[in-house]
Ligand binder design. Sequence first.
Ligand code: ADP
Ligand code: MG
Ligand code: ZN
Length: 481
Amino acid sequence: MESVPTGQRSSHQTVEKGRSRPISRGVETDIAYLYEVLPQLSRIFRIIDKIGEGTFSTVYLAEAQMTDGSRRMFALKHLIPTSHPVRIAAELQCLTVAGGTENVIGVTYCFRKEHHVVIVMPYMEHQTFVDIVGSLSFEDVKHYIFHLLKALRHIHKFGIIHRDIKPTNFLFNQQRREYALVDFGLAQGTPDTQIELLKELLGLDKAPRSVFGEKNINGTISHKPGTDKVEGLLSKTKREEVIPRKIVSSKHRSVPVRAPLNQKPKPPAVSPMLICNCFMTDRVCNICLSRKQQVAPRAGTPGFRAPEVLTKCPNQGTAIDMWSAGVILLSLLSGRYPFFKASDDLIALTQIMTIRGSRETKEAAKTFGKSIVCSRELPRLDLRILCETLRGLRSWDDTSLPAEFQTSRNPAEVKQDAGSPAKKRMSSGSLRSIAELQEMGWDKAPDDVYDLLDKLLDLNPATRITASMALQHPLFKDMTN
Ligand code: ADP
Ligand code: MG
Ligand code: ZN
């Protein structure tokens, strides 16, 4: 039987035992605010520090005394009060149904008072990806990707599309080789999902769609009465619609802006089909610039978005998570993070074409009904040569990589490259010597890993490898599923 947190909160200290870093005034204020809006927390937890702050939530580290007298650490995720009730309930249901096993974080409890919700999870100590990406051995990388694939196979079985697979949502403890997939805040369901509330979200999004008239998926869902399936979490009277999350101020105590539910979203103004002559050229005319864009979910982070997400293909499935896993593997193999640094979707698509080829990208896009115009032919790159060059196992001189690929990525490195070939090699990679890289097993990375990478970064979602197929890949023949 698991011990549960008792109602006794240890005295409030601002510095955890053994933790040298004192917390800042700002964090202290935020912690005081959290105790204030959710007073029930103070009876159980001593909130120690803020450990994550995103657009949609703030995550705190907290300690609780358990019934058996032991102390345990928890992560408290305070969701922004403007999140849609069904959205919150769906995140929680993903965790309760699929979490706690197979490298998916579990959920311990959930607190709510008015529109404030805190999800309590076991705390998992983890490293920041950027700090470790260059120091992982080939074996470490193989384990990492294997465990990520296990988490994906598990959630995909439930018909959950995570939609935001990236290193900050896949926690990794290098010493303990522990992994945890977190953050179902953007998850969606496949048409046959077993997560009832994800179906609810799908249903909410069935508003008339038009080729013109983009809407933010989080901003236009309307709340149907009687959909509060998670007991005690949401009151049935809470029927509000949220405004798009990105324009909500994260400032504390600001009054959430809500539109009444009965105010139906206006159907997008359907522009008449204006004829223009920029079609199939590499410019965009003013008529086209004034067109609104196609509606499709575009959640996630540009650098991890699959081509079908970037081109707003309306049919998106679990394959989008597999693409993101491929981008993570690309970072792990090349030692570069973030690999694609894109501020918008078109830049992200161009960066994909730089590696996977422009002709190949166009052909794949055609299969899902999208046409891409690219003014220049970009050849498909060999993934092994690309990764080994970026890591520093190969000299730039010996590769056929386009020169601008090298210079456009890291302008700072170009200056240093004036030196010897050895220096050149060092500065382009993780600044490790060949001997060190050999020690880490990088010279013996099998072709299998690049074959798996190629299958994850399949531009066509219909043929892209699934998580359960990937776990059967020869790369993992010595690992137990
Ligand atoms: P957001 O929706 O704001 O991205 P996440 O659920 O991804 O929220 O959490 C943000 C960050 O908080 C994570 O990247 C991670 O660093 C930290 N975090 C979240 N859950 C846990 C946990 N259970 N244990 C330890 N850290 C966590
Ligand atoms: Mg996150
Ligand atoms: Zn045009």
